[in-house]
Design a protein around this ligand. Structure first.
Ligand SMILES: [Zn+2]
Length: 155
């Protein structure tokens, strides 16, 4: 994965972030597998830990950005790797870039209420649920992001 920093470019886009690849739980060994999409509906899952690989099709449940109704976010049959319980909800990220973006978003909120001046993309911002952008949840959300970062560093 390229270390591109979307929040610096001001061009945060969920599709671009998604296309970099998604980290998911391997359905065979339970370790971190890499999902490389070729479109919203097609991707290839590869697990370097056990050698599992599979082509998957079908629209993903999270393709509208940051929406979650259930307690367990999945990509096709693969469980999203980076997820943790936070504020009674599931905080999740597709990959490192998505996590960095979330941190930047929540951090920017912390510094200033005005985050609309080209700092982050409005289309992605608008998909962020209220509980994440809520001031009263901020510390918990940032703690959740840190938890996911630790999880990422162990992956
Ligand atoms: Zn595996």
């Amino acid at each position: 994965m390229a270390g591109k920093r979307f929040h610096d470019s001001g061009e945060a886009d969920i599709y671009e972030i998604y296309m970099l690849g998604v980290l998911a739980e391997c359905s065979r060994c339970g370790k971190c597998a890499h999902v490389q999409p070729s479109s919203w509906s097609e991707a290839r899952v590869v697990c370097t830990a056990c050698g599992f690989h599979k082509e998957i099709t079908g629209r993903s449940s999270w393709n509208h950005g940051y929406e979650t109704q259930t307690g367990c976010e999945r990509y096709s049959e693969s469980k999203i790797w980076l997820q943790t319980q936070c504020c009674g909800k599931t905080l999740w990220a597709l990959n490192k870039e998505h996590l960095d973006w979330l941190e930047s978003y929540v951090g920017a909120e912390l510094r200033s209420r005005d985050i609309s001046n080209g700092c982050v993309n409005s289309s992605m911002q608008s998909r962020i649920p209220k509980w994440i952008s809520s001031k009263k949840n901020r510390e918990q959300v940032l703690a959740g992001i840190q938890k996911l970062k630790e999880q990422l560093s162990k992956s």
